[in-house]
Write a protein that binds this ligand. Structure first.
Ligand code: GLN
Length: 485
């Protein structure tokens, strides 16, 4: 699979032009997209224009950014001025973003190229991309399977070779789980490292924009482009900019890797367990220390997340009322108009979460559910604090199993929610996590999650990079063929 760093080299050496690169990716996308259906929109004209501008810079002898001229894809809940931002919802089907998200402004400085907006679960609620109001997306490794979610379009675009990199968002695993299912690298940064300005809100205390790429070096490159303080996001952390490429060191000697037993319990598939055990062996051989630990409050993760996230969602989604923006269905009076608009505009899962969220926030139940969940959140955070005092990083599965069949869980919300057991705790604690491929089962990729201390993405990247460099046996030919340059 072509990576950002390889393509950058080729551009700088003038082996190929940026326009040729974009055209090659568009041609590949045209052949695989009818099967994969990762995209919700097509920005080929803008992409070719952007590529021509990069070629002009190269011709003028200017230095170009690492990402310049390399085709990417953007999840459809991130605003690009003048383009659709549907959140894969009928209610925003005709909405055009009036401004750029901060990540887009930052990417523009790097002369990024976007081939289009990509599919997702409606308002990022889901784990399979089946909740998109428009269409399903297929897993490039097995077209009968889901790509994961909610950033399923982002993961499938990268895994199918239509895009070299993609942005997603992660509220409870939506970057890491699709990355695991599609065999790519997915990073959810520390809460506050990447600005959320212009990311359409799902659950604001958990939402974070993340990256999907073919390897760890590319992950560092995209993170370099999007990280940094932003005055427009009050939860953005003021801190000095780092160069994450410096973290790409093939060495884990002395690194303490915690293995929290609670992530390896009931429900973990045997092949995934084996792949993770092998990964621990790899790290041991490379000189890392494997430290068994216990984090007893992890068992509350799913319950706490599925109270807090819907609570925040019910408030965030109140704005889609047929008045400010988005779809409007007229009614006999204003209340009737609200009801009709929201009934027609939202899909079942979004309605379920709004109902759940309003219920747990209602006066009679606030203490029993919302407040309790917030207390549990603190306990979980303390578990992480203690674990990360003893260890540098933690190693867990990203998901209990590989990608499931399309339709398999769609009638069973609880089964779907339980699949998020390994990813939601990090969002509740605000910590960074990366999913990288660590094996295969029946032709489907298995993901390993590494969890780091807040703002210590560098150690995560070093550990992930070292694994990737030493486990070349895991490199597979691209499931849908290579892009022909
Ligand atoms: N699958 C989880 C949910 O449905 C996480 C989604 C996300 O991270 N956006 O809420």
């Amino acid at each position: 699979m072509l990576t950002i760093h390889e393509l950058h080299e080729k551009l700088v050496r003038r082996d190929v032009s940026a326009v040729e690169v974009t055209k090659a990716f568009l041609a590949h996308k045209d052949t695989v997209e009818p099967k994969v259906r990762a995209f919700l929109s097509d920005s080929r004209e803008g992409a070719l224009k952007g590529a021509a501008a990069v070629d002009a810079k190269i011709a003028a002898g200017e230095t170009i950014a690492d990402l310049a001229g390399i085709p990417g894809a953007i999840k459809d809940n991130i605003c690009i001025e003048g383009q659709q931002a549907t959140c894969a919802s009928k209610i925003l089907e005709h909405f055009k973003a009036p401004y750029n998200a901060t990540v887009i402004e930052k990417l523009a400085v790097s002369d990024y190229i976007s081939l289009g907006k990509v599919n997702m679960d409606e308002f990022a609620m889901g784990s399979s991309t089946e909740n998109s109001a428009f269409h399903e997306t297929h897993n490039p490794w097995n077209l009968d399977c889901v790509p994961g979610g909610s950033s399923g379009g982002s993961a499938a675009a990268v895994a199918s070779g239509s895009a070299v990199w993609a942005l997603g968002s992660d509220t409870g695993g939506s970057v890491r789980q699709p990355a695991a299912y599609c065999g790519v690298v997915g990073l959810k940064p520390t809460y506050g490292l990447v600005s959320r300005y212009g990311l359409i809100a799902y659950a604001s205390s958990l939402d974070q924009i993340g990256t999907l790429t073919n390897d760890v070096e590319d992950c560092a490159i995209v993170l370099n482009a999007i990280a940094g303080h932003d005055a427009k996001d009050s939860t953005s952390i003021p801190q000095e900019k780092q160069d994450y490429k410096q973290a790409l060191v093939n060495d884990v000697k002395g690194l303490k890797i915690g293995i929290p037993e609670e992530f390896f319990g009931e429900g973990l598939d045997a092949a995934s367990r084996k792949a993770l055990d092998d990964a621990m062996d790899t790290y041991k051989k490379l000189g890392a220390e494997i430290v068994p630990i216990s984090m007893p409050n992890m068992k509350y993760g799913i319950a706490a997340y599925y109270i807090i996230a819907p609570a925040e969602a019910s408030s965030n989604l109140a704005r889609y009322d047929g008045v400010g923006f988005g779809m409007r269905v007229d009614g006999k009076d204003i209340v009737d108009m609200y009801i009709k608009t929201r009934t027609e505009g939202f899909g079942d899962e979004v309605k379920r979460r709004i109902l759940l969220g309003t219920y747990v926030l209602s006066s009679g139940y606030y203490d029993a559910y919302y407040l309790q969940a917030m207390k549990v959140r603190t306990l979980m955070k303390q578990d992480f604090d203690e674990a990360l005092q003893k260890c540098d990083i933690l190693l867990t599965p990203t998901a209990p199993d590989t990608a499931f069949k399309i339709g398999q869980n769609s009638g069973d919300p609880l089964a779907m929610y339980l699949g998020d057991v390994c990813t939601v705790p990090l969002n509740l604690a605000g910590l960074p996590g990366i999913s990288i491929p660590c094996g295969y089962k029946d032709g489907l990729p298995i993901g390993m999650q590494l969890i780091g201390k807040a703002l210590d993405e560098a150690t995560l990247l070093r550990a992930a990079y070292t694994f990737e460099q030493n486990r070349t046996d895991l490199r597979m030919p691209s499931p849908m063929g290579e892009v022909e340059l």
